[in-house]
Design a protein around this ligand. Structure first.
Ligand code: PLP
Length: 377
């Protein structure tokens, strides 16, 4: 392992498997030759299986925020009323993007650490009659997982499109795009998918493609109709893609099938259980409400300033965990347990967090926490 290796226990970017690092170092290939086109075709099919959809999944060379922007500008027109389920930094971002492009955004602000209730969304839809409901499946900022199957059903009952950010959940816990009737699903490369940042994914339902044909928001790089046409022409992309990441993505998809998607969901669930149990054994409270706990990121109410805690865990143990953002700065810390993560990494993180907490004057029992993690796993 390189000298500067640090264990990433943040909610993305995550640690890279050796096979991905090897793939990233391969010689460059041209994106206009049949070899690459074949690869794009295989990736596209793999992503369809991952999202559980028969619709094309478009791979964009951009971070996930680019994929969020692409979804919005291709579905909506200026002045369209939309509801943004504002669960935290990322739920909020979808609304901000829509606002920049001139949509009339109605903010459904949700208490931090909670998800929106179906009743609240239904009431808001009845009043606003939105063209779309914007929401995250996994609010990374608070460690909250929302039931997007139920929420999208409510949106649909008001003829609204459901736009779902699955950036920090796809591949870590269940998402069934077609079965759940999701209209737009957005994801990214650097979370559970074990790749570096730099790829965004978007898929639209048939209803969403119909809306795209009418959409009047401006777009050029993120014109998804163009991207779809290129893909269907035989594995092309409209502009030069990040070829290395495409190569590595195929490796990742194969690793996922080798493990098994359901087994992978199960591993993430067990890692989440282990992390939660360990934190509670340290005497700490989970920040997210019990009914919405995320399987990919655990947020914990911090008994000390979390900025100092995360800094010391990094400097003294070479493990990176995340603090709170915006209004949660210094109040919570977050542990990402996704991608390559195994119980051993949770164990190391629990020990490091406990050691620094003790040093900062908080009394706790690291051994009991590790034992709790092992038992819960
Ligand atoms: N959505 C969610 C839920 C996220 O967790 C993140 C990043 O952490 C993003 C969107 C934005 O991703 P990116 O930084 O790749 O643009």
């Amino acid at each position: 392992m390189a000298d500067d290796y640090e264990l990433l226990m943040i909610p993305g970017p995550t640690n890279l498997p050796d096979q991905v690092r090897e793939a990233l170092g391969r010689p460059q290939i041209s994106h206009r030759v049949s070899k690459f086109k074949g690869l794009v075709g295989r990736i596209s099919e793999g992503l369809q299986a991952l999202l559980m959809t028969s619709q094309p999944v478009l791979t964009l060379t951009s971070s996930s925020t680019g994929a969020m922007e692409a979804a919005i500008v291709n579905l909506l027109s200026p002045d369209d009323p939309v509801i943004c389920v504002d669960t935290g930094k990322f739920g909020n971002r979808l609304g901000k993007i829509a606002e920049v492009y001139g949509a009339r955004v109605h903010w459904l602000k949700v208490e931090r650490g909670h998800g929106v209730s179906e009743a609240e969304l239904g009431e808001a839809c009845a009043i606003i009659r939105p063209k779309a409901v914007l929401m995250v499946q996994n609010e990374t900022a608070t460690g909250v997982s929302q039931n997007v199957a139920a929420l999208s059903e409510i949106a649909r009952s008001y003829k609204a499109l459901s736009v779902v950010d699955a950036v920090s959940s796809l591949g870590g816990y269940p998402l069934q795009m077609d079965l759940w009737g999701l209209d737009a699903v957005i994801a990214g490369s650097q979370k559970t998918l074990m790749l570096p940042p730099g790829l965004g994914f978007v898929a639209f339902s048939e209803r969403a493609w119909e809306a795209a044909a009418e959409s009047k928001m401006p777009k050029f790089y993120f014109d998804l109709t163009k991207a779809r046409n290129s893909l269907e022409k035989g594995g092309e992309t409209p502009y030069t893609p990040n070829t290395s990441l495409f190569v590595a993505l195929e490796v990742v998809l194969n690793l996922i099938w080798e493990e098994g998607l359901e087994q992978r969901w199960e591993r993430h669930h067990r890692l989440a259980r282990a992390t939660r149990a360990a934190m509670q054994a340290l005497g700490l409270s989970l920040f997210a409400a019990e009914d919405v706990l995320s399987d990919t990121v655990t947020s914990v109410t911090s008994p000390v300033a979390s900025g100092e805690l995360t800094k010391r865990v990094r400097e003294e143990h070479q493990i990176i965990i995340a603090g709170g953002q915006d209004e949660l700065k210094d109040k919570i810390f977050r542990i990402g347990h996704m991608g390559t993560c195994q119980l051993e990494q949770v164990r190391q993180t629990v020990q490091a967090v406990a050691a620094v907490l003790i040093d900062m004057g908080y009394a706790c029992d690291p051994a009991a926490a590790v034992k709790a993690a092992e038992e819960a796993y």
